[in-house]
Every structure is written in structure tokens, then in C-alpha cells.
Design a protein around this ligand. Structure first.
Ligand code: MG
Length: 339
């Protein structure tokens, strides 16, 4: 059997410009990857590149050119295939994750089983996903809180010079559980000063308060915090986890950082071996990328898979969110179809 790879850039628009501490915009580009076998069976994947991690749609397409020549003859050789991609061209995690996802989708389709079933997971054990309120004016954030009515848990992006005001605005508009992501933007001093403020507003999870490299600082914040502190930008792959033991309470897995579904599962195993919490997050991406990550959510504690829910129009239908809870599709492989 031989496998063929096709790729196409997708243009995705969020309902509101999606702003975090590093900036942001309304127009996002991802890359739709299709791996086709001789029988005409096609697996789908999606690369959600971010310049923060060194990727753009153009670098993804260039990397996919390299990866197209590395596809296994047998799509079931997932471990071998993922290693071959990494050896051919390391880094490029979003591009590799797309190929990994497409191969997993193909395998599931050939077997006629959904991915969660291939992994032996209970589709009813998916956690509640947060819905993110991006940075905006107070009026617009109040409107976003109203729009987020179906979601029981909100994630608030901070890292501005008006963080306390943002929390007060959102808390004034809702009683819902709030989690905070500072996206690396606080200093140690600012983070320690913000802790009682976060407590006052009932924040239950704090994600990446400090710059990615500041492990000692994270440890100090974690010691002082009453809520769990989760590493996102500090933790890309499984080997990043042991050095973070004791510095944070948990890690945030994203396919666009770790580069493959099998690496995501390894990250869960490593984190659990160290007694750490596991979160899964996403970029702005369509239901292809979101559904790939959704299939392993029965194994994690915290879910932030709102990337497709933030879109004005998602070209695909896959995992959905029902009153916050992730609902996995029952079709084979990813179970994603065109809308
Ligand atoms: Mg984050």
C-alpha cells in the first residue's frame, strides 16, 4: 500500500478578534491535511501553526512536502511513522501533529472504530471545556460573557495593565467558575501580588503566570497559590515534564506544541507518573484539530477546547460542546465530516 498526502490552507475567522497578552487578530490560517491510501480511504488532520512556536502556514506546507516522502507503507505503523517524521525534520510540531492526526484518522476509518475506542476510553468521561473570554474593552467583555451563556466555566485571558479591572468586570457579569491564563506575562512580583486578587474573584486555576523559562519563579508562585498552577508555554513535550515537577501542579498539552497524538498520550503518562494534573488546550482551529484532541480528553482533568467554538463559521463538524461538556462523535477515526 502507498499513502499520498494533500494539503490545503484554511481561512478561519473568529467571531471577535481573539486577543491574548501577546496580541492577536480575527483572521487565522490553519492547514488541512489529507492522507489517502490506495483504497481511496482518506484520513484528515489539521495543523494550527503559531509564530510563537516558530510556525506559519507557509512553513507547515514546506514541512509537509518533506513529510509526504516519509509516510509509511502501512498506516498502522504509527509509532514508526511519527519517529520517521521527527527524524526527517524536527520541530514543526503543528505540521507533524496534522500528519499524525491524519494517520490515526485513517487507521480508525480502516478499522471502523472511533479513536477513543481504539484507545479504550469511555466517551462519557469527557470533562467540561472552558470557553475563553479574550482581552477586550469592558463593555465587549460583558457582551462576550453573555454570549458564553451555554458554557458553565469561563477562561479569562490576563496579562494587561488592567487585570484586576478585567476580573471585576467579568465577575460582575457572572457567577460562573473562572480560570485565568496570563500567557507568560507577569513578573514574579506581579504574580504574587495578583494571587489574593484571583482568590477574591474565585479563580480556580492559574495558567502560565510567568515567562516559559522561569521554573524557579513558577515554583514560588505555586507555593504561594491556593489554586493549581498549570504550565503551558513552559511545557511542550513529555521530556519537559520531569524538570517541572514541584514547580507547577499540572501541564497543558496542545497538539500544536507536542507534534503528535502519541506524544500527547506519553505526556499524560509522564505527568500522571509524577502525580501532576493534566490539561488539554488548543489554538484557534477548526473541528478537525479540536476533535483530535477531544478524543483523549477522557484521560485529562481540565479541558480548554473552545478553538472551533470561537469561530464565526467552522467548515467541519466533529466533537461538539453541550453545556460545556465535550461530546465525542461516534463515527470511525476522528468522526469529523464537512459541514
Ligand atoms: Mg495557555
Amino acid at each position: 500500500m502507498s499513502l499520498h498526502l494533500e494539503a490545503e490552507i484554511l481561512e478561519l475567522t473568529t467571531r471577535h478578534p481573539f486577543l491574548i497578552a501577546r496580541g492577536g487578530q480575527a483572521l487565522h490560517h490553519t492547514v488541512w491535511v489529507r492522507v489517502r491510501d490506495d483504497d481511496g480511504c482518506v484520513g484528515w488532520g489539521e495543523a494550527a501553526p503559531t509564530t510563537y512556536y516558530g510556525e506559519t502556514p507557509e512553513t507547515v506546507l514546506a514541512a509537509l512536502n518533506v513529510y509526504a516522502a516519509q509516510l509509511p507503507h502501512d498506516p498502522f505503523e504509527l509509532e514508526v511513522a511519527e519517529r520517521a517524521l521527527k527524524n526527517a525534520l524536527g520541530e514543526n510540531p503543528a505540521a507533524r501533529a496534522a500528519v499524525s492526526t491524519a494517520l490515526h484518522d485513517l487507521v480508525g476509518k480502516r478499522l471502523g472504530v472511533p479513536l477513543y475506542r481504539l484507545w479504550g476510553l469511555d466517551p462519557k468521561a469527557t470533562p467540561i471545556s472552558t470557553f475563553t473570554i479574550g482581552l477586550d474593552t469592558s463593555d465587549k467583555m460583558r457582551a462576550k460573557v453573555l454570549e458564553a451563556e451555554p458554557y458553565p466555566v469561563l477562561k479569562v485571558k490576563l496579562g494587561t495593565n488592567r487585570d484586576e479591572e478585567i476580573l471585576r468586570t467579568i465577575r460582575g457579569a457572572t457567577d460562573k467558575e473562572l480560570r485565568v491564563d496570563a500567557n507568560c506575562s507577569w513578573t514574579r512580583k506581579q504574580a504574587i501580588r495578583m494571587l489574593p486578587v484571583l482568590e477574591e474573584f474565585g479563580v480556580t486555576v492559574l495558567e502560565q503566570p510567568l515567562p516559559a523559562h522561569d521554573r524557579d519563579g513558577l515554583a514560588a508562585v505555586t507555593r504561594a497559590a491556593r489554586m493549581p498552577v498549570i504550565a503551558d508555554e513552559s511545557c511542550l513535550v513529555a521530556s519537559d515534564i520531569p524538570p517541572l515537577v514541584g514547580a507547577v501542579d499540572g501541564i497543558n498539552i496542545k497538539l500544536a506544541k507536542c507534534g503528535s497524538l502519541r506524544e500527547a498520550l506519553r505526556m499524560i503518562a509522564v505527568a500522571r507518573a509524577h502525580g501532576m494534573m493534566v490539561m488539554v488546550g488548543c489554538m484557534i482551529e477548526s473541528s478537525i484539530g479540536i476533535t483530535a484532541a477531544a478524543h483523549f480528553t477522557p484521560l485529562v482533568d481540565i479541558v480548554d477546547l473552545d478553538g472551533a467554538a470561537l469561530l464565526a463559521a467552522d467548515p467541519f463538524v466533529g466533537a461538539t460542546i453541550d453545556r460545556g461538556r465535550i461530546v465525542l462523535p461516534s463515527g470511525p477515526g476522528l468522526g469529523v465530516r464537512a459541514r
